[in-house]
Design a protein around this ligand. Structure first.
Ligand code: ZN
Length: 93
């Protein structure tokens, strides 16, 4: 059985970028990647961009909500008027 594991150096050579850059891509230390680089990596690894890239939402948690003091309706913060009773939100300091 062929060893499918490709070393970082081998991959970097195939893709045509430095293994430092490749390492940065792998560890998510970069904020941008060239499509040509992405294509080359996908070709070298026989995979899809989605196998390499992962979307991470800015906020991991659900949006902040605040219960209306008047009716208890949960409004997503910030809000101007309660969607339940129309009461203006308390001024935020
Ligand atoms: Zn309310």
């Amino acid at each position: 059985m062929a060893d499918r594991k490709t070393s970082l150096n081998d991959l970097a050579a195939k893709v045509g970028i430095s293994n430092v850059n490749l390492s940065n891509i792998k560890t998510g230390k970069i904020s941008a990647i060239r499509f040509t680089t992405l294509n080359a990596i996908c070709e070298a690894l026989d995979c899809q961009p989605g196998d390499i890239l992962e979307y991470q939402s800015e906020s991991e948690n659900a949006p902040e909500r605040e219960a209306c003091s008047e009716c208890g309706t949960l409004n997503s913060v910030p809000y101007n008027f309660c969607k339940g009773c129309g009461k203006p939100s308390a001024p935020r300091l």
